[in-house]
Design a binder for this molecule. Structure first.
Ligand code: MN
Length: 140
């Protein structure tokens, strides 16, 4: 890792892969792991109705909501509404998904690390419309 400024102009926005997300999702890399750091930081912009597949993170994940209205569900728990300024703390190896609400964009920072084996995210099946549409609650 060396001192430098990575310019936004050198990092085009990329569309998230359709085998891991439903709907249109845009990803902006903020930091890609460089030894000795294992941190990865991405800004993820979900269009209305878009969401991740179910997935797990080997060392957990932190989400920080920047704008819009979103949804988060830990498997076995209710769907939670996400609002700007919310921080979501996701434990290691916990099945979950996150995304926009049906009628609004949602943009979050996603922070995660790989483990000693280099493992980070394991991608699973898409989130069904029934799971996605379960009414979101905003009080925890
Ligand atoms: Mn996640």
């Amino acid at each position: 890792m060396r001192s430098r400024i990575v310019r936004a102009s050198d990092r085009p926005t990329k569309q998230a892969p359709g085998d891991k997300f439903i709907g249109v999702v845009w990803q902006d890399q903020i930091f890609v792991p460089e030894d000795p750091s294992r941190l990865r930081v991405t800004r993820v912009s979900f269009t209305p109705g878009a969401r991740t597949n179910w997935h797990t993170h080997a060392v957990g994940q932190i989400l920080y909501v920047l704008t819009g209205t979103g949804r988060y569900q830990l498997e076995g728990d209710v769907v939670q509404e996400l609002l700007p300024g919310d921080t979501v703390i996701i434990p290691a190896n916990a099945r979950h998904w996150h995304g926009a609400s049906p009628d609004h964009l949602m943009v979050h920072l996603a922070l995660s690390e790989s483990n000693d084996k280099g493992e980070s995210t394991e991608w699973l099946e898409p989130v069904s419309d029934a799971d996605y549409s379960a009414s979101a609650v905003s009080d925890t």
